[in-house]
Every structure is written in structure tokens, then in C-alpha cells.
Design a protein around this ligand. Structure first.
Ligand code: COA
Length: 324
């Protein structure tokens, strides 16, 4: 895990950890809310989170096995764009070292990989630490009724008398998950189009260029000739690729990060790519069978998917690229 103290081990929680986490809550929350707060916290973490939400949660331990931190999160069942962080805690002795930030950022990456665009969470209006922490990570407070210090409070959000402040973070924003500094580099957001052509990628041992005109890209190396061509009716489903191309092709060759901004979210979503670059843009091929997954990942990364402009700009399927 990035930016995490090397002395700590991070893993997924199991049911065995349930009692261990409950045992530290009052101490780690410094008795916040008195007896009522203590009961409320314990009831907020029933065993089911350790049974059924383990694969989106984290638990960190010291070398001696003592609990250091935990994050309980999940992906919304009802809204496929939302991931939710339910509970997070760090041992008071280990605070201020970026541990909670690292856990959040790991969760953000997992959420992005699964096509989630927003992260939501809530806190009690009086939990100033939590408010400061979430604000620092770029969360915004959703509107509510002005409370103490003009906080936007959602009255009775969790039941009578259980007011909450609701936080939301847009993972498509470049700073999402950062600490407001240089840690997260901004990725350019592009207008991308999925070309109407379905492609096939071939490798030919014969390095001589074939004279037919069905190719879109040729790359000749010592291993032979790689050909991107239009798929035919005989092309097996597993060999069919869609082409993703910049709808505003024509950025200068000196603009960094354009290709990375496309292939990184695809890699994080587990979508394979094959790339041919033109002078104007990059033609990124992904398996036709993973079209929806690719589009969702690109949108979650902040790119806009536009339909092809018949008049003009996104016409890579008409351009032949020759790379020798
Ligand atoms: C909130 C909590 C999880 C933060 O854990 P942490 O590992 O200390 O947090 P980080 O070190 O990653 O801090 C990230 C940023 O949050 C802010 N922050 C954290 N604790 C803060 C505090 N007590 N006061 C003000 N800002 C604070 C800081 O700006 C910090 O950034 P910086 O180091 O660049 O200044 C931890 O304080 C905690 O466990 N509190 C009790 C449980 C709780 O309230 N959980 C949240 C509600 S479920």
C-alpha cells in the first residue's frame, strides 16, 4: 500500500477481528458522546461487516499483531456509481502519519477500478477531527440545515436525534484522494469516441507489406509485421477489438500524460489494451467483449465518451498509420 508505514501490515479483516475492533472503539474515539456514543458505535459495527464487506475493507496491525487502524467500506448495491466508507479509526498513538489517508486512497483506487465515481460517508456534527480529516481529503459536505458554526447538518438523518453531516467526494476530480498537494498528479480529461470500426490485430512472420488496403496500422520489427486491420465476419469474437480515439485529436506531441490518462484507468479496471499512436492522437484498442467495462472505467476517470462526429474530428478509422 502506498505511503503506508513499513512497520505496519495491512490486510482484509475477518470475523475474528470483529471483537478486537469493538474493543478499541471507546479508547480510539476518546469516549466521544459518552455512554450513548459508546452504544451507538458498537451497534454501528455488527459482525456482518467483517463477514460480508471484508473485500472492500482494510485492517492494519503492528508487528506484534496489535491493531493499528481499520477502514470498513463497501460498494453501494443500489447505486453503481457510489462507494461508501462506513467507519475508520487509527490508533491515537499512530495519528498524523497519513495512515487514514493511505487507507482511504487504497479504497478510492479499488472503487475507481470497479467503476465507482463517488465516495460517500457521514459523521456526527460534533466530530471535528473527522470533519477536518474529510475536508483535507477533498470531501465536500452536502447541503443541510445550518447547525453550529453554520455546519450543513442533516437532522434525524440516522433516526430521531441522530443528526449527521454527509460527505461526498467525486473520484473523477484530479485532486480526489490527495492531501491537497502534489501527491496526486492531475490526469487530463479527454473527450473520447468509440470508433464504429471493429478491429483485428494480426502478427505475420513475413515482414513484407501486403498490398491490400484493409490495414489501419502496420508495425514492422525484426519479429515480423504487426497489422491492425478491420475485423471481418470470420474474425473470432475473442479477436475483435473496439477502438477508442480522442474526439479532439490534434494535441501537440509535447503534451504529456494523454495516453497514460486513458490506459491507466483501463489497466486498473483489468481491461487489456493494444495501442497505435498517430501524429494526432492514440488509437487505443480494447477487446470488444469488454466494451462496457472500458467505457465505465474511462468515465469514472473523468473522460467524456462522445458519439463520433460524422463531419469531422474523430476519424481515425479512415486514417492509415504506417510505422516501420
Ligand atoms: C480521523 C482519523 C481517522 C484520522 O487518522 P490519521 O491517520 O491521523 O489521519 P492522517 O494522518 O491521514 O491525516 C490526514 C489529514 O487529516 C487532517 N487531520 C487529521 N486529524 C486531524 C485533527 N485531529 N485535527 C485537524 N486535522 C486533522 C490533517 O489535515 C491531515 O493532513 P496533514 O497531515 O497533511 O495535515 C483519526 O483521527 C481517528 O481515528 N479518529 C477517531 C475516529 C474517527 O473520528 N473516525 C472518523 C469517523 S468514522
Amino acid at each position: 500500500m502506498k505511503d503506508f508505514p513499513e512497520s505496519l501490515t495491512v490486510r482484509r479483516p475477518t470475523v475474528v477481528d470483529h471483537a478486537r475492533v469493538l474493543a478499541v472503539l471507546d479508547c480510539w474515539w476518546d469516549g466521544f458522546g459518552g455512554e450513548a456514543g459508546s452504544t451507538e458505535r458498537a451497534l454501528l459495527l455488527p459482525r456482518l461487516f467483517f463477514q460480508h464487506f471484508a473485500t472492500t475493507s482494510y485492517l492494519a496491525e503492528r508487528p506484534d499483531g496489535d491493531l493499528a487502524a481499520f477502514l470498513i467500506g463497501f460498494f453501494s448495491q443500489s447505486d453503481p456509481t457510489v462507494a461508501y466508507i462506513h467507519f475508520v479509526g487509527v490508533d491515537p498513538a499512530l495519528r498524523g502519519r497519513g495512515i487514514a489517508t493511505a487507507l482511504y486512497r487504497a479504497f478510492f483506487e479499488q472503487a475507481r477500478t470497479h467503476g465507482r465515481r463517488h465516495v460517500h460517508c457521514i459523521t456526527s456534527p460534533g466530530n471535528t477531527t473527522s470533519r477536518a480529516f474529510h475536508g483535507r481529503l477533498g470531501f465536500e459536505m452536502l447541503s443541510g440545515v445550518p447547525g453550529v458554526d453554520d455546519l450543513p447538518v442533516q437532522p434525524d438523518y440516522d433516526g430521531p436525534g441522530l443528526d449527521r453531516v454527509v460527505f461526498a467526494l467525486d473520484l473523477a476530480q484530479p485532486q480526489a484522494g490527495g492531501r491537497g498537494d502534489e501527491r496526486v498528479a492531475a490526469r487530463p480529461a479527454l473527450r473520447l469516441t468509440v470508433l464504429p470500426t471493429v478491429f483485428a490485430v494480426e502478427h505475420l512472420a513475413d515482414r513484407r507489406h501486403r498490398r491490400d488496403d484493409s490495414w489501419h496500422a502496420l508495425v514492422r520489427t525484426s519479429e515480423g509485421l504487426t497489422v491492425i486491420r478491420e475485423a471481418s465476419g470470420q474474425t473470432a469474437p475473442a479477436d475483435r477489438w473496439i477502438g477508442i480515439y480522442d474526439a479532439d485529436a490534434g494535441h501537440g506531441l509535447d503534451v504529456p500524460g494523454l495516453l497514460a490518462s486513458v490506459i491507466q484507468p483501463l489497466a486498473e479496471a483489468g481491461v487489456p489494451v493494444f495501442v497505435a499512436s498517430t501524429y494526432q492522437a492514440d488509437l487505443v484498442l480494447t477487446p470488444e467483449s469488454q466494451r462496457d467495462r472500458a467505457v465505465t472505467a474511462l468515465q469514472a476517470a473523468g473522460h467524456e465518451i462522445v458519439s463520433q462526429d460524422p463531419a469531422g474530428s474523430a476519424q481515425a478509422d479512415d486514417r492509415h498509420v504506417r510505422m516501420v
